[in-house]
Design a protein around this ligand. Structure first.
Ligand SMILES: Nc1ncnc2c1ncn2[C@@H]1O[C@H](COP(=O)(O)OP(=O)(O)OP(=O)(O)O)[C@@H](O)[C@H]1O
Length: 612
């Protein structure tokens, strides 16, 4: 990604804050994830409508009983019995339909969330490295887990409660309209009051809801960071400070939740209860006026009964809808954050036009900047022949890792500045490139899995290939020495192995894909001299078969290289074999080498890590 767009992305990072954005983005996410299950949705709506209609029958039957049998004192047992049985059957049928719709909607909600979670994870795996420069692991994890869980709440609230409430509301409104449209108007006129209550509530609590969510993901982030850096944290005696910081965050989270809850407790429930009373008073008041005017016929007592029942049915769903608002808002914030993450541009996939065949690399006029106007590599020109062994050395910050990242296409280099076997790097298909190019990073990243799984990394690699790679990496013997050989679980992060052994597994993994090019990023920085020699032997055995580009702080690792590049402030300062570079009087390489020799004399154990 060009430096400009990295900066632009950085500026654009973060969840949307305006309410319209939240609603729009959350809805888009919900609809998209639920689309494959839309037939379930429509069935559920159908069941709900039928259930609401059956439910609306209850008060109507009640009205009929009062008007036709109770008030006229007409004891027609059979008819009354039939009406009561009808009400019972309608009630049972309605419950059964609700059960059916619940099954459909719950299934839809869970499958949709499953889809969202998988999509988010797959998306994160395809994001460019520039994204991870600014991403905070804990927050990212929080998006994939907590925020997708919040999306489920959204489905549950929107689909179960809201949909149900709206349909019951419409059913009751139709029944009231049929009974007495003037009374129905009196009830409806008061309904906008609910909209006002909800709007005021939202305005008061929305910032607190967003902040609560942010604080929760900060809590997660701090927890993740602390666990990852526990040895440093304890050694630096920083636990008290971290505990204090965590407590501070936790307190802010509590305060923010309090603001939300207060808005809920002071505004929502009391106002809605008040509304209920006002509605009842309005209906009863209208009846009172009619009595005074002498306009009340006996037949209207049944209507009064039905209205009082319906008002309860109207107010309950409204209460439900508004009471859910706090959770709904949290869920919307979560969904919008998931949506924002999904909008992050993925690494553009090159249409596979070219292939890595022999592993020759040509770098031409390569200039690269992470931030606009601050290049960290300048006019780098290198031609690396297939099968050759190159070392890259230089002071800290001279651009070695950046060069490697560009060669690995973790960041896009300017068009045409890097070619592999004559083809521009960006024209090589992603899968093919990753198959043909292996990386051994400085920190060997091992999965909590067996030695074999750590080498194959899920690729379809035969047992023979795994063993051949392990042999080439000089890892075969120590793996056989483990109690279950290749099937020995290595513990989390390879906890059971020494740093050197982990590094050899990482080399075996890189070789198992049968790469044409192998990059090593300070692969010997954390191992002792003895293990370094093992790595050197492994590299020597690959000479002529695989192009090797190794960044090394330890110059002994690349001493035997065909060519050593010395980078200085992002420029190629020196280039040649070890012997040639040692001849350069006052040269950087020679100074670095002599310095290291002095250090090695002071510290004969080298890096001093455990031996492999
Ligand atoms: N992701 C990044 N975003 C912004 N600047 C970066 C990034 N990575 C490295 N830099 C900057 O680029 C310059 C070169 O860094 P690079 O990591 O390539 O050096 P290096 O030679 O590998 O150093 P070291 O030996 O310490 O690993 C440094 O000034 C560094 O601050």
């Amino acid at each position: 990604m060009p430096a400009e767009s990295i900066a632009a992305e950085r500026a654009a990072h973060g969840a949307p804050t305006s309410r319209r954005d939240l609603l729009g983005e959350s809805t888009r996410l919900l609809v998209r994830a639920a689309r494959p299950d839309k037939h379930h949705f429509w069935w559920a709506v159908l069941w709900l409508v039928a259930a609401a209609a059956l439910e609306a029958l209850g008060p109507l039957i009640g009205k009929f009983l009062i008007d036709h049998y109770l008030l006229p004192r007409h004891a027609a047992v059979a008819q009354i019995g039939a009406l009561l049985a009808g009400a019972l059957v309608a009630g049972m049928l309605s419950s059964w339909l609700r059960y059916l719709q619940l099954l459909r909607l719950a299934g839809l909600a869970m499958r949709s969330v499953q889809r969202v979670r998988e999509e988010v994870y797959a998306h994160v795996l395809r994001l460019p490295m520039a994204f991870f420069d600014r991403a905070i692991t804990g927050q990212l994890v929080s998006r994939v887990t907590n925020d997708t869980e919040a999306v489920k709440t959204l489905y549950v609230q929107v689909l179960f409660v809201m949909l149900d409430s709206v349909i019951v509301l419409v059913g009751a409104a139709i029944a009231m309209l049929w009974l007495d449209w003037r009374l129905m108007l009196a009830v409806l006129v008061l309904l906008p009051a609910v909209v006002v209550i909800v709007a005021v509530y939202q305005r008061l609590s929305a910032p607190a809801v967003t902040r609560t969510r942010e604080l929760r993901s900060e809590l997660n982030a701090q927890m993740a960071e602390s666990i990852a850096g526990m040895p440093v944290l304890q050694a630096a005696n920083a636990t008290d400070r971290f505990r204090g910081r965590f407590a501070g965050l936790n307190e802010s989270h509590y305060a923010s939740r309090q603001v939300e809850l207060r808005a809920n407790a002071w505004l929502l429930r009391p106002m809605l209860d008040l509304l209920n009373v006002v509605l009842l008073a309005a209906v009863i008041g209208m009846f009172g006026l009619r009595i005074q005017g002498g306009a009340l016929g006996t037949i209207e007592v049944g209507v009064l009964y039905a209205f009082v029942s319906y008002i309860a049915r109207v107010v309950e769903p409204l209460t439900q809808i508004t009471m859910q608002f706090s959770q709904l808002q949290q869920a919307m914030v979560g969904a919008a954050r998931v949506h924002t993450l999904l909008k992050e541009a993925e690494t553009p996939e090159a249409p596979p036009q070219a292939e890595v065949r022999e592993g020759g690399i040509r770098i031409e006029q390569l200039t690269f900047a992470y931030q606009p106007g601050r290049p960290v590599l300048h006019d780098v020109d290198l031609t690396i022949a297939p099968g050759s062994f190159w070392g890259i050395v230089g002071h800290t910050g001279s651009g070695k890792s950046t060069l490697l990242s560009l060669l690995l296409r973790f960041y896009p280099a300017p068009a045409g500045s890097i070619r592999i076997d004559g083809a521009p790097l960006d024209q090589i298909g992603e899968d093919h490139l990753r198959d043909r190019v292996g990386l051994v990073p400085q920190e060997p990243f091992l999965l909590a899995a067996t030695a074999r799984e750590n080498i194959t990394m899920g690729r379809p690699i035969s047992e023979a290939q795994v063993e051949a790679a392990a042999r080439a990496a000089q890892a075969h013997d120590f793996i056989l020495g483990l109690e279950r050989g290749y099937d020995t679980p290595l513990g989390e992060g390879g906890a059971r192995l020494s740093v050197g052994q982990k590094q050899l597994i990482a080399i075996a993994r890189a070789l198992a894909g049968d790469p044409r090019i192998l990059f090593l990023d300070e692969a010997t920085a954390n191992i002792d001299s003895e293990t370094e020699q093992v790595v050197q032997r492994a590299l020597a055995s690959l000479r002529g078969k695989v192009t090797i580009v190794a960044i090394a702080h330890r110059l002994s690792t690349v001493r035997e290289a065909d060519t050593i590049v010395v980078l200085n402030h992002g420029r190629v300062a020196e280039l040649g074999t070890h012997d040639a570079l040692m001849q350069v009087g006052g040269g950087i390489y020679r100074r670095l080498y002599e310095l290291q020799q002095l250090e090695d004399q002071d510290e004969p154990d080298g890096a001093g890590s455990e031996s492999a």
